[in-house]
Design a protein around this ligand. Structure first.
Ligand code: B3K
Ligand code: ZN
Length: 884
């Protein structure tokens, strides 16, 4: 493989396509090493452009061209150019014409898992973002929409099931041969990235569905043979998603068939191809013995997400890849709302914010920071990021908060009505809400264009004599690559003032700014704004940024006493939880500093005691109480450190905090644990899952002292569990804290579950995340396990990915050995699967904040990658930006 010259694509260079392709008829003859693809394209010059349309460059990569005809005549050799990027017709007709191409491709040799490939003997495709060009020559860009008709042919024994997008047409045996065929027609014009084709020996679970307006839909979930009893939950989740989108957004399904196919080799979670979603089987398969509650929730959320793309992504697609958040941020927002309606809304919000802070804030504060809508890229696959997805969803949530739910709903309706069938832009999307709200959205638009996590600093002042209370808010946003200075952006800050009796006070705002705003909402649009309230005799405690109303870092002037007060009284469940988190975080920051300076860390006894009171409150939902018992994450702490991150010091502080729970609150924890025991058969529903989450959060804290008493409880749970959630939680405790008991439990777990690769991924993950320098040796050894393969992305993520991204202690070994190890794996994967390699390399994203000794070792590992020959565009892009 050669190193691609990094070519930068810029949003400002966008030009509409010079040619359009109205229809494409594909004829695909599947064979393991040499699949033949015939394509007939009806092409015409784009009437929106004037004058000479020039040469026609079709994208094509790793294709073997076998034939080429224009309007049924073979094309002369000097009429076209062929290179490794595609096929150019030098002087195409000015009138509509038909181009026919014949190519062969090798699905078995496709280890990148882009284009057409085989996974465990099943032919499947992945075309987003630019994979269709690895199947046939085409204008492989999202603003070229075509009607697809796909005929697939294969040996019956090789691929008894043949699927593509749209509705099924003619199908049957090919007489006198051992082959058969199937034709699929998709009436909805779509970009090539939404094309899919599947062929293989699959088991089918089927159900009938009827949309609200009465369209019958044949729902199908296809899984590998032997997995059929693990597909029912996915089917159920699909039906619930379909009903929800009708209720919540008025969106119905629009084809006769909707299929989900689960495959075991997949670069990400799943893909929303029109009418034929292809899934990583991790997000389809679920049974109590093998899937955890979190797995069930993940299956449900990803099924919903891909289904919701049918409107936000497929019916309305993106004009160009810079607009990726148009479909991703919006669809994440929609799946978050679905989960909030299905399960607990406050718990979902807490979990989403935890994820955002852990991944997106880390990304936003390092060398890979980019705006929700980037302005340039070298490899688009590197922009399927926490920023585009999760921050993109936060931007939609802020929009709804600012304009209110009804105006937001009207804007969504307008968007669906106005842009159905379009390849749209963020500007067009936002214009719909500007219209329904009558507002100027220019400062809000900055959320799409400015990278970095804004900081909102709050200073409060109470004047008892004048009975006034003022809140002064200031926003800043740190520099990010290519953006040294930032403009103020519209930040919605939901708030309340809480009086000494614990009740919210209804104070009158007397300041001039934003008097029109909703009560309880501050619109911070300037760099600095001051609010004044009259008639406030006693100092209230402000509850700011309720429900985490904007993805910012809040620096307020509250005391620990204020936070204890909020933990007791705040009616906003998010901020009640946040009060506990902030107290823990402040303590952890101080403690890690002391640990680094070899000072006594102390113990957070009073904070822990207050949290235990809240966590013991049975008027709260158990899932929420479980969240209260989870300390801030390692990246949460690391982000608060300015003078060099020492992962061992952070770990020591986190351990001390957990041990304070077990040492001072052991009896209460054990009581909570026992009270959450379920005396009913397993069900993955939210209620039971919440009880298990509470029980297992209590167990994890209880066992942080590694006492025999606690380990015995974990052992008993491991031995007797009737479900994977409890079994895995107990195994985690034994592996992290139980020494030999952990090794024995691991052995038994492997013996019991070796038939289930997705369960063995959990086994890899638990071992790869033991916070100990020696874990590197364990990971090296596990790579030799027969269950491991560098060719399966799930295995790589479970073992190497979790070691690099979820084990800060072992990854940041002082001797730099782990950096070297991960760099070697990146280079190995670079040749096999560049997307997975680039993703793994992202584990270095915070290297610049490390203390100097580690920082230099991380730099050396990155430089070694940068200096290697044959870097893919994916890896080259990440390593270059990381070092810049
Ligand atoms: N749209 C796909 C992601 C494609 C990633 C391409 N590298 C899945 C999703 O977000 O729904
Ligand atoms: Zn998506």
């Amino acid at each position: 493989m050669r190193t691609d010259t990094p070519q930068t694509i810029r949003l400002e260079d966008y030009r509409p396509p010079a040619y359009l392709i109205d229809t494409i008829e594909l004829n695909v003859r599947l064979a393991p090493d040499s699949t033949r693809v015939e394509a007939q394209l009806s092409i015409r010059p784009n009437p929106a452009l004037e004058g000479n349309h020039g040469p026609l460059s079709l994208d094509g990569e790793s294709l073997k061209l076998e034939g080429l005809e224009l309007n049924s005549l073979p094309l002369a050799n000097d009429a076209y150019n062929l290179d490794e990027k595609g096929l150019t017709l030098l002087d195409p007709p000015r009138e509509p014409f038909v181009l026919r191409t014949y190519v062969t491709i090798d699905p078995s040799a496709n280890t990148q898992l882009m284009g057409l490939y085989r996974s465990n003997g099943i032919y499947t495709t992945q075309c987003e973002a630019e994979g269709f060009r690895r199947i046939t020559y085409f204008l492989d860009r999202p603003d070229v929409l075509s009607v697809f008709t796909t005929r697939i042919e294969a040996r019956k024994s090789d691929a008894p099931i043949l699927l593509s997008n749209g509705n099924p047409g003619e199908a049957g045996d090919i007489e006198g041969t051992d082959r058969h065929f199937a034709v699929w027609h998709d009436p909805h014009p779509k970009p090539s990235y939404l094309f899919a084709l599947v062929g293989g020996d699959l088991s089918l679970v089927r159900e009938d569905f009827s949309t609200r307006s009465g369209r019958p839909v044949d729902l199908r979930v296809y899984v590998e043979k032997g997995n059929e009893e693990q597909a029912d939950f996915a089917m159920d989740a699909l039906k619930r998603s379909m009903v929800w989108d009708e209720d919540a957004f008025g969106r119905e399904y629009d084809l006769d068939v909707f299929s989900i196919v689960a495959v075991s080799h997949f670069n990400m979670g799943a893909m929303e191809n029109k009418g034929l979603n292809v899934f990583n089987d991790k997000y389809v398969l679920a049974a109590p013995a093998t899937a955890t509650d979190a797995d069930y929730e993940g299956v449900e959320a990803v099924i919903a997400h891909e289904y919701f793309h049918n409107w936000t992504g497929n019916r309305i697609t993106c004009r160009d890849w810079f607009q990726l958040c148009l479909k991703e941020g919006l669809t994440v927002f929609r799946d978050q709302e679905f989960t909030s309606d299905t399960r607990s809304r406050p718990v979902k919000r807490i979990q989403d914010v935890r994820l955002l802070r852990t991944h997106q804030f880390s990304e936003d504060s390092g060398p890979l920071a980019h705006p929700v809508r980037p302005q340039s890229y070298r490899e688009i696959n590197n922009f399927y990021t926490a920023t585009v997805y999760e921050k993109g969803a936060e931007v939609i949530r802020m929009l709804k908060t600012l304009i209110g739910p009804e105006t937001f709903a009207a804007g969504m309706d307008l968007y669906f009505q106005r842009h159905d069938g379009d390849a749209a832009t963020i500007e067009e999307f936002i214009a719909c809400f500007a219209q329904t709200s009558g507002r100027d959205m220019s400062r809000f638009m900055r959320w799409y264009n400015q990278a970095g996590t804004p900081e909102v600093t709050v200073a409060t002042f109470h004047d008892p004599d004048a009975a006034t209370y003022t809140i002064e808010l200031t926003q800043t946003c740190p520099p990010t690559p290519g953006q040294p200075s930032k403009e103020p952006q519209t930040i919605p800050v939901l708030f309340a003032l809480i009086g000494p009796d614990g009740n919210e006070i209804d104070a009158q705002r007397t300041d001039a700014s934003n008097l029109s705003g909703e009560p309880g909402l501050i619109e911070l649009s300037d760099t600095r704004q001051t609010l004044t309230f009259a008639g406030v005799r006693q100092r209230p405690v402000p509850s700011l940024l309720r429900n985490f109303s904007a993805p910012v870092k809040l620096k307020d002037d509250l005391s620990e006493e204020d936070r204890l007060f909020l933990l007791r009284h705040d009616a906003d469940p998010f901020n009640r939880w946040q009060a506990a988190q902030t107290m823990m975080l402040d303590w952890l920051l101080g403690a890690q500093r002391n640990a680094r300076e070899d000072q006594e860390m102390g113990a957070p006894d009073s904070i822990v005691a207050a949290i235990m009171v809240a966590a013991g409150d049975t008027t709260f939902d158990p899932a929420y109480r479980a969240e209260l018992l989870k300390p801030p994450s390692f990246p949460d702490v690391a982000q608060g450190i300015v003078n060099g991150v020492d992962p061992d010091a952070i770990h020591a502080a986190m351990e001390r905090m957990r041990q304070t729970f077990s040492a001072t609150q052991g009896a209460v924890l054990d009581e909570i644990r026992a009270s959450a025991e379920i005396d009913a058969p397993y069900s993955p529903d939210a209620e039971q899952a919440g009880l298990r989450a509470l029980k297992n959060a209590a167990l994890a804290l209880l066992a942080s002292d590694s006492s025999d008493a606690a380990l015995d409880k974990a052992q008993a749970q491991f031995d007797s569990a009737d479900n994977m959630t409890d079994r895995l939680a107990a195994l985690g405790v034994l592996v992290q804290r139980g020494g030999n008991r952990g090794s024995q439990a691991l052995k038994r777990f492997y013996d019991d579950f070796q038939r289930y690769p997705l369960v063995i991924d959990k086994w890899f993950m638990l071992q790869a995340t033991v916070p100990d320098a020696d874990t590197l040796d364990a990971v090296r050894a596990l790579m030799e396990s027969p269950a491991f393969s560098m060719r399966n992305p799930n295995r790589v993520r479970a073992l190497i990915g979790s070691f690099a991204a979820a084990n800060p202690v072992a990854f940041n070994r002082l001797d730099g050995e782990s950096y070297g190890f991960v760099a070697e794996r990146v280079l190995e994967l670079n040749a096999l699967n560049p997307q997975v390699a680039a993703r793994l390399l992202g584990a270095f994203r915070s290297w610049k904040t490390l203390e100097p000794a580690r920082r230099e070792k991380a730099r050396a590992a990155l430089e070694k990658i940068a200096a290697s020959d044959g870097l893919s565009r994916d890896v080259n892009d990440i390593v270059t930006r990381s070092l810049a």
